[in-house]
Design a binder for this molecule. Structure first.
Ligand SMILES: C[S@@+](CC[C@H](N)C(=O)[O-])C[C@H]1O[C@@H](n2cnc3c(N)ncnc32)[C@H](O)[C@@H]1O
Length: 289
């Protein structure tokens, strides 16, 4: 594999920029980039991604804007990881090295129960669990405790080169732990917004993805729909990914809805799960005034 595989070389800065996420995230959009990117403007001022997760789309659009990337998510642990990568790369690399040295199933189970204090220790634990848990899943119970089984995968950490390139990618970013309702007050005409909210379950009995202690429910999607209308009215272009359901079609009826057909990898692990077999997704493209 080429040393710079997955990195975009920035000749002017003399530093490579990362083009791939450093986290594995349920609902991550890497596989769908080819279907999403063509619907985005070629140039914009600031970029806004209020449901950041692993940030697959952010890494893919870095060359389209020269302003600031406003990156946000309600998962505080996830945001700690992004902040540590941006602001404390050396310290983080040392902390990850300790995890790599001790990596084993027993160690994983112990780390799962720990609750370290401080941004870098919390971020290092998060990245370790993300890379070694079953399918990279992040799931917490109602008390906020991480409860995903061991994934039987070797922990590789993040190399100095990867950290440097991630750093470069985040040089012009504001990273916040906040609700989408706050994040969506910021975009201005000339900016672009990409939205990838958690999908509502197909049926009442199917499982939610518990990214955060607070579930994303139908009233949240309804509020998101009216905030999207407000973006359109302010002249801000936006795109949302979602599942193709009658509710999504109803709430976003005034936008262009493009259907994609795909299988979702995390759900596909469970053959008994209805959502695994066929999960048609859509790209909703906002119309601006
Ligand atoms: C489908 S994932 C985004 C995946 C991302 N596009 C990627 O490529 O990795 C949805 C994200 O929304 C976050 N989230 C859930 N409820 C939220 C809320 N009310 N406000 C902001 N973020 C929220 C979750 O923590 C999760 O990271």
């Amino acid at each position: 594999m080429d040393l710079l595989d997955g990195l975009g070389w920035d000749a002017e800065a003399g530093v490579a920029r990362a083009s791939h996420p450093f986290l594995k995230w349920a609902g991550g959009k890497t596989r769908l980039l080819g279907r999403i990117l063509p619907h985005m403007p070629a140039r914009f001022v600031d970029y806004h991604e209020p449901f950041l997760g692993g940030g697959a789309v952010f890494f893919a659009v870095q060359d389209r804007f020269e302003g600031t990337a406003h990156l946000a998510d309600l998962n505080e642990e996830l945001i700690h990881a992004w902040l540590a990568v941006r602001d404390h790369a050396n310290e983080l690399q040392e902390a990850l090295h300790v995890y790599a040295k001790n990596d084993s199933k027993e160690f994983y189970l112990r780390v799962r129960t720990e609750d370290p204090v401080g941004l870098v220790p919390r971020a290092a634990r998060f990245i370790y669990l993300n890379q070694t848990s079953w399918n990279g899943l992040w799931r917490v119970n109602r008390w906020g405790q991480f409860n995903v089984p061991w994934g039987d995968r070797e922990f590789r950490g993040l190399s100095a080169l990867t950290l440097a390139s991630l750093n470069r990618s985040l040089a012009r970013s504001e990273v916040r732990c906040e609700d989408f309702r706050d994040a969506l007050t910021r975009p201005q005409r000339g900016d672009f917004v990409y939205l990838d909210p958690p999908y509502l379950p197909i049926s009442d009995t199917s499982k939610f993805h518990l990214y955060t202690e607070k579930r994303f429910r139908q009233p949240d999607l309804m509020e998101l729909a009216s905030l999207c209308e407000a973006l359109s009215a302010r002249g801000v272009p936006w795109i949302m990914s979602n599942r193709d359901t009658s509710l999504v079609r109803e709430l976003f009826a005034s936008s262009e809805i493009i259907r994609l057909t795909t299988k979702r990898s995390v759900a596909a692990q469970n053959k008994h799960d209805v959502e695994a077999r066929e999960s048609p997704e859509v790209v909703v493209v906002g119309r601006t005034a």
